[in-house]
Design a protein around this ligand. Structure first.
Ligand code: PLP
Length: 713
């Protein structure tokens, strides 16, 4: 590992700070790094490790003698020590009997910071926010996942609008990760994958009080194809996937054991991680238990969260792959082939298969979906696994997703909330009464802040365009498509998410003439900024991007549409904080929850959304807008095409008749009072409920604590 520059003694804990992602959700810590070198901070997309590595020696000397810097440094270090020290915590006070419990949290992706590209979308972001909040609440969580040394791909859009995936090897020295230290001094963990063994290297990431362990198979002890195993997130075919999932589940348990960690509760975030339960049964059988006995204690101590209402979205493997990778494993569980197959057996459209979600349902007692509506959909979808149970009684509960508030709040909004809610608001952010006070923020001040955030977004977009102009010699038309002509005064609609068929990014383009009239109105202009990646194998998603990109270059739309490349957490921050409204167009009921609209509302950006995911719980008639066919019986009689046409029709009218007039209705001092009411209502009603604090507390109350108590017995 490359040595960081010699940091002067007086400020040498900057290194420790840079290596704990705690800095990323503490504004004083962020601005400390920014103060070191602002251009470098921006150039590195806010990566403190790189800032410290790139900082000039003289600058270190300078700040180490600057009383203002030192005062800020001391305050940040003190806050870090307090927060990570033995302070009283919510968990400690609520569950004094569980002081020695710990919870392992397995996930295939974690969205923690853009410098660590080990996430692709909502699932990963949720896992990242869950870890941050668990630490804030003092929940003894330990994360387990993968380091993908080539990360998720970097997106370039070619001149013809086609997405080009670029894989850039991660510079392991420039990320806040360090090799994990095993008590035995060993460097690698061995994982049996079918007939052979794969060796994994383990990295540790610090996320506040939480530690996250990431597995990496790129070590010389492995054969070349095994070294590639963890190279990329979601690359490759079914066989690569099953091998990845074996390493994630079985390797994950083994790495915890090698670290001397014995969790009380095991939480599987989505079915990719389900093999974990098999490995724990194997341990029980090796210790002399019968299969049923071992499975029962695994069930009692396991939690499973399902994330997708799309039946085909659940991982399932054909018999041949199960045979190849598990025929030497099932004897160790005391099972034969038939009984093993039963654990995951499920009919798929392409035949009978071993389904990872089914496996998880069979081997957990605590199970949840991620919104109320998704709970209903899931209970219906999986009722056949509990054949004698009424659909309402199918044992899958709902815990609606939430976002980690300190991560997603804009610094400018934070200042407003400090002033008008409470200087300490961030520590009480799930208390609804606190948010009543948002009504006291002066309208003009809130409006000015919103405008400022929009200018910041447009500045970011221009900066990006400038970089591609100078570095990639982008064609001028591409610079237009990238958003250089956007107007800071125009009503700006944001749409950023994974490009995949059911999210219907192109819904708004159903009637191009009508859209042109809406966008091109000289008195009340409207513009739309898009961002998002399509999975490299998703042809429909890539075609949607191409369609939008082509329109963004069309002079008929006069610079009113832009597509910003390479959506990631960094871009997401600018988007959800900087646009005026957040548009969400999924084909109901396929959105399990969605979280980007929560991030937007927290920052005073109301949602305009299909009635799906979390929105039926969030929408109150005056905190945003809803449109489209509602999930339920009326939906079942519609073809997807009819649903699209009807949804688009409603979207146009709501824009024309409600959203745009409200935005442009200004009083004498130029403030849109009615609009600001909606903004305040969005903040007031969404912020206290759709936060990870409320969510993680529910996980603790409804799932972690009961499981921890049962497994102590
Ligand atoms: C929040 C977030 C998501 C999830 O958004 P959805 O609402 O589920 O579409 C995806 N990607 C990034 C980068 C995010 O920040």
């Amino acid at each position: 590992m490359k040595q960081l520059l010699e940091i002067p003694q007086r400020i040498n804990r900057l290194e420790e700070l840079a290596y704990n992602l705690w800095w990323s959700w503490h504004p004083e810590a962020r601005s400390l790094f920014e103060a070191l070198d602002r251009p470098l901070w921006k150039q590195t997309n806010h990566n403190p490790v790189k800032v410290l590595q790139g900082l000039a020696k003289e600058r270190f000397k300078e700040v180490a003698e600057d009383p203002t810097f030192l005062r800020r440094y001391d305050a940040v270090i003190k806050a870090l020590d307090t927060d990570l020290g033995s302070r009283p915590t919510w968990f400690g006070e609520r569950f004094p009997d569980l002081s020695s419990a710990s919870i392992a949290y397995f996930s295939a992706e974690f969205g923690l910071h853009n410098s660590l590209p080990i996430y692709s979308g909502g699932l990963g972001l949720l896992a990242g926010d869950h870890c941050k909040e668990a630490g804030d609440l003092g929940i003894p969580l330990i994360g387990v996942g993968f380091l993908y040394p080539q990360g998720y791909f970097h997106q370039k859009i070619q001149a013809d609008g086609w997405q080009e995936p670029i894989y850039r090897p991660l510079d392991l020295n420039a990320v806040a990760i360090r090799p994990a230290q095993f008590p035995s001094g060993q460097a690698l963990v061995e994982v049996p994958v079918g007939p052979r063994s794969i060796y994994i290297k383990v990295w540790e990431v610090r996320v506040g009080r939480v530690r996250l362990y990431l597995m990496d198979t790129d070590v010389p002890e492995n054969a070349p194809w095994d070294r590639e195993l963890s190279a990329r997130l979601y690359g490759g075919d079914q066989e690569l996937r099953i091998r990845q999932e074996i390493v994630l589940g079985i390797g994950g348990v083994r790495l915890l054991r090698a670290l001397g960690i014995h969790p009380t509760v095991w939480h599987c975030n989505e079915g990719h991680t389900s093999f974990q339960m098999l490995e724990r049964i194997r341990e029980g059988v090796a210790a002399g238990k019968r299969f049923e006995e071992a499975a029962e204690s695994v069930r009692k101590s396991s939690i499973f969260t399902t994330h997708t209402p799309v039946p085909a979205g659940h991982d399932a493997f054909p018999a041949a792959l199960i045979e190849k990778y598990f025929s030497n494993y099932w004897p160790m569980l005391g099972l034969d082939q038939a009984r093993f197959w039963e654990l995951g057996r499920h009919p798929e459209p392409w035949g009978e298969a071993f389904n990872m979600t089914v496996l998880a349902f069979h081997l957990t007692e605590g199970r949840n979906a991620v919104s109320q509506l998704h709970g209903e959909v899931s209970r219906k979808m999986w009722q056949h696994l509990w054949p004698n149970t009424d659909v309402e009684k199918v044992p899958i509960i709902s815990i609606t997703n939430g976002i980690h508030t300190p991560t997603w709040v804009a610094p400018e909004m934070n200042e407003l909330y400090k002033k008008y809610l409470s200087p300490d608001w961030v520590h009480h952010h799930d208390e609804p009464t606190l948010w009543q006070r948002v009504m006291d923020v002066p309208d003009d001040l809130l409006w000015e802040t919103r405008q400022q955030l929009k200018r910041k977004l447009l500045g970011f977009i221009r900066e990006r365009a400038r970089t591609s102009w100078t570095e990639d010699r982008a064609d001028p038309i591409q610079l237009l498509a990238a958003g250089t002509l956007l107007d800071p005064e125009a009503l700006t609609i944001g749409f950023a998410r994974r490009f995949t068929a059911y999210k219907r990014a192109t819904l708004l383009f159903q009637n191009l003439e009508r859209l042109k009239k809406i966008l091109g109105n000289r008195w009340r202009p409207v513009q739309i900024v898009f961002a998002g990646k399509a999975h490299p194998a998703d042809e429909v998603g890539k075609r949607y991007i191409q369609q939008i990109y082509t329109l963004a270059k069309d002079s008929g739309l006069a610079g009113h549409i832009a597509f910003v490349e390479n959506y990631d957490m960094h871009v997401a921050h600018f988007f959800i904080q900087g646009v005026d409204i957040w548009m969400n167009t999924p084909r109901a009921p396929l959105e399990a929850s969605g979280t980007s609209g929560m991030k937007a509302s927290l920052n005073g950006v109301p949602q305009l959304s299909i009635f799906d995911g979390w929105w039926p719980e969030g929408y109150n008639g005056s905190n945003g807008w809803t449109f489209g066919v509602k999930p339920g019986p009326s939906l079942q009689n519609l073809s997807p095409e009819m649903q699209d046409t009807s949804d688009a029709e409603e979207l146009y009218s709501i824009l024309e008749n409600e959203v745009i007039p409200l935005y442009y209705r200004r009083d004498a001092d130029g403030v849109p009072r009615g609009w600001i009411q909606t903004v305040k209502e969005a903040i007031r009603t969404v912020a206290p409920f759709f936060c990870a604090r409320r969510m993680v507390k529910e996980y603790a109350d409804k799932l972690y604590a009961p499981a921890a108590r049962q497994s102590k017995e």
